[in-house]
Write a protein that binds this ligand. Sequence first.
Ligand SMILES: *[C@@H]1O[C@H](CO)[C@@H](O)[C@H](O)[C@H]1NC(C)=O
Ligand SMILES: *[C@@H]1O[C@H](CO)[C@@H](O)[C@H](O)[C@H]1NC(C)=O
Ligand SMILES: *[C@@H]1O[C@H](CO)[C@@H](O)[C@H](O)[C@H]1NC(C)=O
Length: 265
Amino acid sequence: MFVLIWATLLFSVRVSDAETGSSVWGKQSRPLTDYCITLVEGEITAEAGLCVVIPCSFTVPEDIKVLHIVWFKCESTKQRCGDGDRIFNSNTFSDKVQSEFKGRVSLLESDVSQKNCSIIVNDLKESDSGTYQLKVNTSPSEGSYNFLQRATVSVQGLSQRPTVMIPPLTEGQLTTLTCTAPGLCSGSEPTFTWRWRGRGESDADLTGNITAFETENVAEFAKRRSSTLSFSPSAEHHGTNITCTVLFQGHVSTEETATLSVSCE
Ligand SMILES: *[C@@H]1O[C@H](CO)[C@@H](O)[C@H](O)[C@H]1NC(C)=O
Ligand SMILES: *[C@@H]1O[C@H](CO)[C@@H](O)[C@H](O)[C@H]1NC(C)=O
Ligand SMILES: *[C@@H]1O[C@H](CO)[C@@H](O)[C@H](O)[C@H]1NC(C)=O
């Protein structure tokens, strides 16, 4: 009788485990003893200069422990990417990755035992378009497993523009304009340039009055993505254009122009 109760208990625990598993993985009756990867179906599109997240999760057989995960990018015609195609390795002691991806790829979840292989690739270039493949290095017995299914990324030219915020302008009163870069990326800080074109004048760079990164009470992240310009407008600024240019890594730039409207005191 006692044994029977134990057996029943054990059985119900296993069933509820399996149910938790199947609620994550959809209603499949597949036991959690397989190598399986979940990726976005179809192409993930992104823009040059910005970043892309490749959502990814996987399962391994229950008796297998994941030590490290390695991402590759190679021709879709290759059945398995080679060592030279590595773009990321969670084993920081072995950072042999393609030089052009160095420092641009990171895991969203650093604990690989969570089986969350999502990565973010920053400072995108159009040449980052292609197929990405995952390998897991496992123990015991120092094995590894290459998942065949791949993620496809397509990087297009940058079309998003910065946002220029202009408060109401009054002659003689110090005002601050804000230019915010597009994209919510954690890559390199972009460079901002403000240009002002007076009537009948050529472009004048307003670098003298740029007070970038001085906005207070803004999260560090937001500061890195925006620049402020403080100046006192005069009548001659009325009807003129101000342009904010944002330059990302890899000579990718985008700009936005706004027309100033200055009122008298
Ligand atoms: C992976 O981790 C990221 C960051 O914590 C999270 O946003 C994402 O939902 C996770 N994915 C899965 C499948 O758990
Ligand atoms: C910068 O702004 C201050 C205050 O508006 C002004 O007096 C000064 O001439 C400006 N400097 C340049 C280089 O435009
Ligand atoms: C200001 O920009 C608008 C459109 O962006 C353009 O039509 C206009 O000619 C520009 N004015 C000057 C003075 O450059």
